[in-house]
Ligand binder design. Structure first.
Ligand SMILES: [Mn+2]
Length: 194
């Protein structure tokens, strides 16, 4: 039996093979293997701080570079979240969070109502974090927002790229947890005046 508000998605192309199982009302368990350890680190942080249960298995053409794998994980993760949210009736829609990590600080504001937009301002300074090119951090979040029907605003500051990227993902996760939560006062109506 499938848990309510969950989704299983698989996507296979010539470049990647991605499998995602996402349960919104989980306990924060992340079982993640993408071949990119820092991406795994971020996805586990996302699961923990959104309190999703999340399994991600990815086999991508890392011999080319990390781009296809990161992008396609974001595609499948976003689609899984969209499917798990269903018609989005009864959800709080909006969430916001500020998360510090030592000298780094990130602030996220999110609308989970189905409008896809991303404004990601993370001033990462180095070319890469572990084996993950730094440019793929905002690209991951933009693609996730586009495919998940999320508006994501994220701004941050910090001196350490690892801290800044991690604080950014944690802030998005905390905001997602709020935005995806069921608001009982809505009694299954949409949180929209339309
Ligand atoms: Mn870390």
């Amino acid at each position: 039996m499938t848990a309510p508000r969950s989704a299983v998605r698989q996507r296979r192309t010539r470049e990647t093979n991605i499998a995602v199982h996402l349960a919104i009302d989980g306990g924060g368990q992340g079982e993640v293997a993408t071949g990119l350890p820092f991406l795994d680190h971020l996805l586990r942080a996302l699961a923990m701080h959104a309190r999703f249960d999340l399994e991600v298995k990815a086999a991508g053409d890392l011999e080319v570079d990390a781009h296809h794998t990161v992008e396609d994980v974001a595609v499948v993760l976003g689609e899984a979240l969209g499917e798990a949210l269903g018609d989005r009736a009864g959800i709080a829609r909006f969430g916001d969070a500020t998360v510090p990590l030592d000298e780094a600080r990130a602030m996220a504001a999110i609308d989970c109502g189905g409008r896809a937009y991303a404004m990601i301002e993370l001033p990462l300074v180095g070319p890469s974090i572990g084996s993950l090119p730094a440019t793929l951090v905002p690209h991951f979040l933009e693609t996730f927002a586009a495919r998940g029907g999320l508006t994501v605003h994220l701004v941050g500051s910090g001196r350490d790229d690892h801290h800044l990227a991690e604080a950014g993902v944690k802030a998005v996760a905390r905001a997602l947890r709020q935005g995806c939560a069921i608001d009982a006062t809505l009694a299954d109506r949409s949180a929209s005046t339309k």
